[in-house]
Structure formats: C-alpha cells, structure tokens
Design a binder for this molecule. Structure first.
Ligand SMILES: [Zn+2]
Length: 385
C-alpha cells in the first residue's frame, strides 16, 4: 500500500465514531451485533420431516388473573392456517382459552369450524380462589369445560408468582395449596392433561447486574424479574409443582418450557421419579441448543414424553423467539433435525434471551416422529393418524 493510501485509511478510522459510541470507541451493548465469521453448514428446513402438533401456542388471551372478560383473539384462523399448511403443521393447541363464556367463544372461533386443526385448553378462574367452596366449584367447572370441548387445562406462571390470597393482595398462594387438589384430580378423571408453566428462567431470580446472563432481556423488561420482594426461589416453585405431580399420579402434567431447562440433570431425576410428568420445549431451544450433547441424551432417554411446542404468539415483536411465523418454525425444525452448528435460535438481529447461538440435535427419525406428533396424540388421547 502506498503511504498516501495508508494515511488515508488511518484518517478514515479516525473519523468520529458513530453516534452513541463513547470517545474511546466502545460500542454500547444494545448496538453490538457481531457477525459470525464461521463457515459452517447451513441447512434450510422448510417443512418438518413429520406433521406437527404444536402443543403450546396463544391464539387468544383472557385476563391473567382469571376475571371473566371477553377473549382477545391474536389472529384470524385463515392467516394461521396458511402458515400451518406451508410448514406442515397439522394442529395448533391454543392453551389460553379462558373459561366460562369466554372459553365457549374461543372454541366457537378456532376449534369448531376447523376440526383437528385447532384445539383449545381451558384455564382456572383464579379470581374466585378466595371464595368458600372454590375447590369443588373449580373441579365442576373443569367438567363443564370438557363438555364445552376443552382438551386440557392450562396453568400460567400466575400460580406461584402472581396469584395472592386476596387475588391481587396478601401472601402469594402456593402452587401445592390443597384447595386445588379437586381440580388436579378432576383433570385426571376427565383425561385432560395439565399444561403447567412454573417459575421462569433461573436468571430471572437473580439480580439484574453484569453477572446476569440474561441482562439485556431483563434490562429491557425489568417487570420479568422475580428477584427479591416476597418471591420464592425458582427451585422452591418447582418443588411445590413436583409435590402436586406426586399427589395426583392419575393426572398427566405437561411441564412447559422443560421446567428447569438450564439443569437437565435435575429434570431427568423428575422424569425418572414421576411417570405422569411430560415436558414441552416452547421458547427454550435457546437453552437446549447451547448444550446440544446433553440435550441429545435427554431427548434419547425421554423420547416418549417430550412434546413439540413453540409458545408462538401471532403478531407483536416483544419476544422475537415467540413471534408466530414461517421463520420461527424453520428454526425449530433445523434445531431438531440437523446437526448444524452455531445458528440463531430466534428470528432477531441479536439473540434475545442471551448472547449465544445454538447447535442442532440431529434427532433420528423415530424420535422426530414421536416429538413432532405421536407423543401429543397420546397425551391428548387423540385417535392416532
Ligand atoms: Zn406460553
């Protein structure tokens, strides 16, 4: 390089760094988007190897504390069906169907007009928990929901983290509070699986500081933190959930988000202990895919009790790892089916749940078939296809 050109390029480097950068040239964390220099295999999986039952989606919402309100549909069936057909999704299970009249509306909107394509779960009416006679009311309500067409019961992390003795005030209600026992028991009798979300990522229970591996996520959503105040530890919540699984062996519990996805050894212990416990991995391929060898062993060992789920929500961009769409499903298929290395777990410029990338599991066909739909058929007592 001629000296003139060399000086020119030094001058170019010396131009003031882009807006927002410090004088030393440091890039603010939110602006840092490193591009990987790895040249490794990239496989595009446009359609899943087998038809999919997505056991964890949100096609409608009702009030999280269980007040009976009109449901809010997150999309129209036609737009969802178009994506389903292109991505080989046979069925989507809408977990947040609410209860009572709202549930009937949700079933009439999604499930009835499209048999086999959409299934709806019901939710408890948490706002009635302080009332005397709640325990039996809720058990009977579940039977009514079954009659109305609900296929299972969904428990949001509301139980354990939000629901209080006077609904919004007082001490937190424990997950294994005995007043829910008739409901868990009824679910078993009605063959309605209980899809239960307990706690949250372990890092959400730690201080939001420079040591927190989900710092950016928590910094953007401080309300997702359960550090301090009167919140129990994450493990205490999981242990309370384990006690209800143990107390109701006839009831099948689908532990959402793989329970403690950061600790598959702990989860293996639970799956060994409780034959009525199943798991689903919605919004957790970021966790599984950063420990691909441990995760692969986990899938091999529990291949009969792991279900495909995405936690997909149509619209919105608050949680890129959950935005319903073709890109989301392609990432899941790539993760399950290929041995690709170091790719993004979410359709986003920066990995939203922590700055790392994932590797695929390369599951064999018999395991894929179970995870994609056979296990869901069994859990939901659907006629095998
Ligand atoms: Zn969810």
């Amino acid at each position: 390089m001629k000296r003139r050109h060399w000086l020119g390029s030094v001058a170019a480097m010396a131009v003031p760094p882009r807006a927002g950068a410090s004088q030393a040239g440091a890039v603010p964390l939110p602006e840092y988007e490193p591009r990987s220099m790895l040249r490794v295999k990239e496989t595009r999986v446009e359609r899943s190897r087998f038809p999919v039952i997505d056991i964890h989606t949100h096609l409608s919402w009702s009030s999280p504390l269980g007040k009976e309100v009109a449901p809010r549909m997150t999309a129209r069936p036609e737009e969802i069906l178009a994506v389903m057909d292109r991505k080989n999704i046979r069925t989507m299970v809408n977990l947040t169907g609410g209860y009572g009249k709202a549930l009937e509306e949700v079933i009439a909107y999604w499930q009835k007009p499209h048999p086999g394509r959409f299934l709806v779960f019901t939710e408890p009416s948490w706002n009635r928990t302080p009332e005397p006679g709640y325990a039996n009311f809720q058990a009977d309500e579940l039977a009514r929901a079954r009659q109305a067409g609900a296929h299972g019961l969904k428990i949001l992390k509301t139980l354990g983290l939000y629901l209080r003795e006077k609904v919004t005030s007082g001490p937190l209600v424990k997950i294994d509070d005995p007043r829910f026992d008739p409901m868990w028991e009824a679910a078993g009798g009605l063959k309605m699986p209980v899809a239960i979300h307990t706690s949250d990522p372990e890092a959400f229970f730690l201080p939001i500081d420079r040591f927190n591996e989900r710092y950016e996520e928590l910094h953007a959503h401080p309300d997702w933190s359960f550090h301090g105040k009167d919140f129990p530890s994450s493990r205490e919540l999981h242990e309370a959930r384990n006690r209800i699984v143990a107390r109701h062996p006839r009831t099948r519990f689908l532990v959402l988000h793989v329970g403690v996805c950061e600790d598959l050894e702990y989860m293996s212990g639970l799956l060994d202990r409780y034959p009525n416990m199943w798991v689903e991995f919605g919004a957790r391929i970021g966790e599984l895919g950063r420990q691909p060898r441990t995760a692969r062993r986990f899938f091999d060992r529990y291949q009969d009790r792991i279900l495909f789920g995405t936690d997909a929500v149509p619209g919105g961009d608050d949680t890129p790892q959950q935005v319903f769409g073709e890109r989301l499903y392609e990432i899941y298929y790539r993760f399950l089916e290929t041995g690709d290395e170091y790719f993004d777990y979410a359709p986003a410029p920066v990995p939203p749940q922590g700055r790392w990338r994932i590797s695929g599991l390369g599951l064999p066909e018999p395991v894929l078939e179970k995870v994609y739909y056979r296990n869901a058929e069994r859990l939901l007592s659907l006629a095998p296809r």
